[in-house]
Design a protein around this ligand. Structure first.
Ligand code: PGA
Length: 247
């Protein structure tokens, strides 16, 4: 039985001030599992305005992305310090939708260092494309991403708070890894992390997690939580997923 300690919501480029207000007000009235951390990654514009509401709902806020530099001529980017100042405690790094826009393993390592300097915890996403899985290279692909991450300097690695396995072919597609396939990858990641003294790091599964499949996924031994995209925009569904984590 996984302990399902961490459930995260990635709103992606969805939401407004009114949406966030209603979401956190309703969330504060629900009964959530104890001994479970919940993180919401809203668009950065909502971090400041949602700060008090999220806290009242027992949720922690995170930024969906940060730049690796502390400041500079990077039009359109946000630094770790900037998102921390308006209420982010976490940063989501290496999401495949960011990697698809050109972010590299090296960028993720720089961002991890930036998170460490700003006192943010980092959740780093790993995952293989369909072609790698079909070629029987899913594990080697994901382990290579992990190795690149773990090559970060020790001070940067101190910011690593969770790793999310999100197979690219399962993100936003309705396709989910079978609980057994997800568990097999998580086991492999756990062993690699353990070898670096990081075996206790929460390992989250992401990719079309829904109320209907959450329980089967979260009951796997090495799945410690979920990173929920589309389904997290519906508070009732996100609540059901969080509850499934303890049932
Ligand atoms: P999804 O997204 O749940 O909509 O598949 C997951 C994610 O991208 O983090």
């Amino acid at each position: 039985m996984g302990c399902a300690v961490l459930i995260a919501a990635n709103w992606k480029m969805h939401g407004s001030l009114a949406f966030a207000d209603a979401y956190f007000t309703s969330a504060a009235a629900l009964r959530w599992p104890e001994a479970q951390q919940r993180i919401v990654f809203p668009p950065a514009t909502l971090l400041g305005p949602a700060r008090a509401g999220a806290a009242a709902a027992g949720m922690v806020l995170g930024a969906q992305s940060i730049h690796g530099a502390a400041e500079g001529a990077f039009t359109g980017s946000l630094s770790a310090e900037q998102v921390a100042e308006v209420g982010a405690a976490w940063a989501l790094l290496g999401h495949s939708e960011r990697r698809a826009q050109g972010e590299t393993d090296e960028d993720v390592v720089a961002q991890l260092g930036a998170a460490a300097r700003a006192g943010l915890r980092a959740m780093v996403c790993l995952g293989e494309p369909l072609a790698a899985r079909n070629a029987g290279q899913a594990e080697s692909f994901v382990l290579a991403q992990l190795a690149a991450l773990l090559a970060a300097p020790g001070a940067a690695l101190g910011a690593l708070g969770a790793v999310a396995y999100e197979p690219l072919w399962a993100i936003g597609t309705g396709e989910t890894a079978t609980p057994e396939a997800a568990q097999a990858m998580h086991r492999c990641l756990r062993e690699a992390l353990h070898a670096q003294g990081l075996g206790a790091l929460p390992l989250l599964y992401g990719g079309s997690v829904k109320a209907e499949n959450a329980r089967a996924l979260l009951s796997q031994n090495d799945i410690d939580g979920a990173l929920v995209g589309g389904a997290s925009l519906n508070l009732e569904t996100f609540h059901a997923i969080a509850r499934a984590a303890i049932e």
